[in-house]
Design a protein around this ligand. Structure first.
Ligand code: HEC
Length: 86
């Protein structure tokens, strides 16, 4: 897990909301493996709803362990409550 954080340090990117919380870490873990974790505010709640489904497919296609329902809910909740308005 440590290498993930090192990878993101020093990119000059804004910290994610709720930094240090378990859901933020889950998000970085599950959604930051193939690309940098996107800022929740860059998409609306509706868009996140679609993205999470698209990413479930990507994860399946690359043979990575799927998100559990619980994880998916946690992540989607996190994205939605921090989502942008347009
Ligand atoms: C298995 C690798 C993988 C994982 C894990 C992954 N993604 Fe992605 N993601 C991709 C790829 C590849 C793209 C490039 C766009 C495409 O091919 O559709 C992408 C693109 C995106 C985009 C940009 C789409 C756009 O239209 O600009 C968003 C947002 C995104 N991912 C969110 C997430 C979220 C949220 C998660 C966690 C649930 C996640 N990703 C996990 C592979 C992954």
């Amino acid at each position: 897990m440590v290498f993930l954080f090192l990878g993101f340090a020093g990119c000059g990117s804004k910290p994610l909301p709720e930094q240090g919380s378990s859901v933020e870490q889950l998000y970085v873990n599950r959604c930051g493996g193939c690309h940098r974790p996107y800022q929740p505010s860059t998409m609306t709640a509706a868009m996140w709803n679609e993205q999470i489904v698209a990413m479930r497919l990507k994860i399946a296609q690359t043979g990575q362990p799927p998100m559990s329902n619980f994880e998916e809910h946690q992540i989607l909740d996190y994205l939605e409550r921090n989502a942008g308005t347009r």
